[in-house]
Each structure stands twice: as structure tokens, then as C-alpha cells.
Design a protein around this ligand. Structure first.
Ligand SMILES: *Cc1c(COP(=O)(O)O)cnc(C)c1O
Length: 395
């Protein structure tokens, strides 16, 4: 059996997305900026995709900029808000300690330029409140950037409330909605969102394509310089196949959002209930306001990497947190942000599900994982110390 349970890292492309892409590669292959009819056909597909995406998130087509992915959209949103802010002498930015690195590393760069970046603590559940944001806003705040839902631990943040606080204070609000788009209802107008990032490959669309929504009137700063594509705000020949695939996948995901969420959260809850039975384990993230597909646990006394390898040998593709931190020895900044000690943070497992997963797969995961955890604990010096009382259990 092979089970794919790493949908927060990326998803399998849907038939709908592939079907939307194929004709763009060999039939409608024109350059959308060309004046001839082959180019104009591509321009039509581009416009249709822009309208589809706008419909899915409740904005105008001209408020959509296609990018190379969620990372680029995050970079462009944050840099744009910073440039708008500094013109007015405002250089204070509010964010959280558990954002994606596309946000955190962009903020670090701005910090070196003299911006004052304040990362709000996320507490043990991994969330921030609108009150926290309100209390942090200052006269010189130019941007609040807070993720819609966390990619590692699945917490869903109170975005409409945070947006309201920002709107009342006249501060730009950006949200990295890469984990939320296609999975949670998004309406940028109703939810008081000024800028939003999303990415095709997190909802069964293609990789290497994303969207930056920016409310009319917000002047975007170019990250990529060159031609006048995307109203001059994002140079480079539009990737029509990818854009068409993203739009088709997002539309399909949004049309089935409630039924998918119901199905996937039932699978999630089954896994959470089963894995909670493992002694000295703990669920990470908000137990209530949680992405339908996210399961994230810490198991004391083991290394997450070893757990992953042994799960993989049993045909289960999972993650220890984020695809971006695997390969580095540092524990996840997200788990540290919710207060997990280093030793505990190392023993993490993220299983991220989608509507293609089945109940039988959950049974299999629940049969295999406890055995592997026990096997690893039996060879772990740290576990020996815990059992003998040389170290004290933290979970
Ligand atoms: C995946 C992800 C990104 C990066 O998106 P890419 O399209 O892979 O660049 C950014 N933020 C979050 C929360 C993500 O999960």
C-alpha cells in the first residue's frame, strides 16, 4: 500500500487541472502579449483564469496578479507594503513567529534595511487574536502580515477579525492564505483582506504558479523587472498552462469545499483520536480551529526523521513539519514558537490529508505508527533516560 499523507507540502494534480493545461501547451501556445490571433487566444485564456480566480476569492479580476508561486506572492505583497509605508515614514511591521519562511525571510531582509519587525507570540495552541494585533498597532505601522492557516500545525487564525482591526486602524493587511485557499471559504471583501497570497500546488493545481491579490489602489512594487505583463507589475511571459491549471483546480476545490472539508476532517479526527493513544504524545496546533486535513503530533523520545523513514518503508509519505526545514537539523520554528522544547520538537510528525485519502488508509497508518514509535523508543538513549527517571517526561 502507498499512502500519500503530505498534502500540505504539495498535492497530486487533479484531472480537471491537467485537462485545463494540456490544450494550452500544444494548441493555444501563443504569447498572451502577441497581437495575432494565436496570441490573443492565449490572452483570452489568461483573462478567463483571472476572472475565475477573482470569483473564487471575491475580488475583481484586475486585483489579481499571477506569480511563480506562493513564495513570490508573499515577497511581493510584503515588499510593496513596505515601500508604501516608508514613503510615509512608517516602518513598523507586525507579523507572527510562526509564518512561512517566504514571509519571515522577507521580513528579515526589511529589518536589515531599518524596518522594525514585531513578531507576535502565538501561544501554546498556535494562534493570535485580533486583540493582540490591535494592541501592537502603532502610529508608524505600515503592514500587518499574518497567515490564514499554519502549514505545519494547521491552526486557522481569526482572519476576518484581524482584518477588521487593521481596517479600523488604516493599516494594510496581508495574509498568506496558501494553506487556506481551496480548503476554507475565502472572501477578501467580507474578510477585510487587503492582500492575499495563494499557490496552485496546494489545491491539486500545478507547481510554480501562484496568485497575489491586492486591493485596487494598492501600488505593487516589482520583484521581477522586465516586460509589461500583469499591468507592469510582474514581468515575464505568462505561464498560461499553469495559470489555466491553477484556475481550474481552484474552481473545482471551491465548488466542493464543504463536502471535502467534511470528509477530510472526519479522516483527520480519526487519526488524531488514534495517535493520541500513544503514550507521551501531544497534538500540536489548535484542536478546534484547525485545517480539515492537518494532523501534527510530537512523540517524546524519538527523532521525527527516523519515524518518517520507517513510515516511508511501510509506504506512508508523511512529513516532520515542513518540507522547507527537512534536511536541516534545526527543529521547526513553528514548534518552537508554540513552546515545544527542542528535544520534543525533534520528534514531530505531520500527516496532511486530502479528499483522495480513505478510511482504510487511516486504519493502516494507525496500525503502523504506534509500532514504529515503540520500536524507535526501544533503541533511543533519550527514551531510556526518560524511563529510568534520569530525565523527566515533558509530554
Ligand atoms: C507552500 C507554502 C508557501 C510557498 O508556496 P510555493 O508556491 O511553494 O512557493 C507559502 N506559504 C505557505 C503557508 C505554504 O504552505
Amino acid at each position: 500500500m502507498t499512502i500519500y499523507a503530505d498534502n500540505a507540502a504539495t498535492t497530486r494534480m487533479s484531472d480537471t487541472a491537467v485537462a485545463a493545461m494540456l490544450p494550452c501547451m500544444q494548441e493555444f501556445y501563443g504569447n498572451a502579449s502577441s497581437l495575432h490571433s494565436t496570441g490573443q487566444k492565449a490572452a483570452e485564456i489568461l483573462q478567463a483564469a483571472r476572472e475565475t480566480v477573482a470569483d473564487c476569492i471575491g475580488c475583481l479580476p484586475q486585483e489579481i496578479t499571477f506569480t511563480s508561486g506562493g513564495s513570490e506572492a508573499d515577497n511581493q505583497a510584503i515588499v510593496s507594503a513596505a515601500r508604501i509605508g516608508e514613503k510615509k515614514g512608517k516602518k513598523h511591521i507586525i507579523s507572527t513567529a510562526f509564518e512561512h519562511h517566504a514571509v519571515l525571510h522577507t521580513l528579515e531582509k526589511l529589518e536589515k534595511e531599518g524596518f522594525d519587525v514585531e513578531l507576535l507570540p502565538v501561544g501554546s495552541i498556535g494562534t493570535v487574536t485580533a486583540e493582540q494585533v490591535k494592541a501592537a498597532i502603532r502610529e508608524d505601522t505600515c503592514l500587518v502580515t499574518i497567515m490564514y492557516a499554519n502549514n505545519e500545525i494547521g491552526s486557522i487564525l481569526p482572519i476576518p477579525e484581524i482584518g477588521k482591526v487593521c481596517r479600523e486602524a488604516g493599516v494594510l493587511f496581508h495574509t498568506d492564505a496558501v494553506q487556506a485557499a481551496g480548503h476554507l471559504h475565502i472572501d477578501v471583501k467580507e474578510q477585510n483582506i487587503d492582500m492575499l497570497s495563494l499557490s496552485g500546488h496546494k489545491f491539486h493545481g500545478p507547481k510554480g504558479v501562484g496568485v497575489l491579490y491586492a486591493k485596487r489602489g494598492i501600488r505593487l512594487t516589482n520583484i521581477i523587472e522586465g516586460g509589461a505583463q500583469e499591468r507592469g507589475k510582474r514581468a515575464g511571459t505568462e505561464n498560461i498552462p499553469a495559470i489555466a491549471g491553477l484556475a481550474a483546480a481552484l474552481k473545482e476545490a471551491c465548488e466542493h469545499i464543504d463536502e471535502n472539508a467534511a470528509k477530510v476532517s472526519a479522516l483527520r479526527d480519526k487519526l488524531i483520536a488514534g495517535l493520541s493513544q500513544i503514550p507521551h504524545s501531544a497534538l500540536n496546533g489548535d484542536p478546534v480551529n484547525r485545517l480539515p486535513g492537518n494532523v501534527n503530533f510530537c512523540f517524546e523520545g524519538i527523532e521525527g526523521e527516523s519515524l518518517l523513514l520507517l513510515l516511508d518503508a511501510k509506504g506512508i509519505s508523511a512529513s516532520s513539519g515542513s518540507a522547507c526545514t527537512s534536511g536541516s537539523l534545526d527543529p521547526s520554528h513553528v514548534l518552537l514558537a508554540i513552546g515545544r522544547p527542542h528535544e520534543v520538537a525533534h520528534g514531530s510528525l505531520r500527516l496532511s490529508l486530502c479528499e483522495e485519502n480513505t478510511e482504510e488508509e487511516m486504519d493502516y497508518i494507525l496500525a503502523e505508527t504506534p509500532k514504529i514509535v515503540e520500536y524507535l523508543r526501544n533503541m533511543s538513549p533519550m527514551w531510556k533516560d526518560l524511563v529510568s527517571g534520569k530525565r523527566t517526561f515533558m509530554l
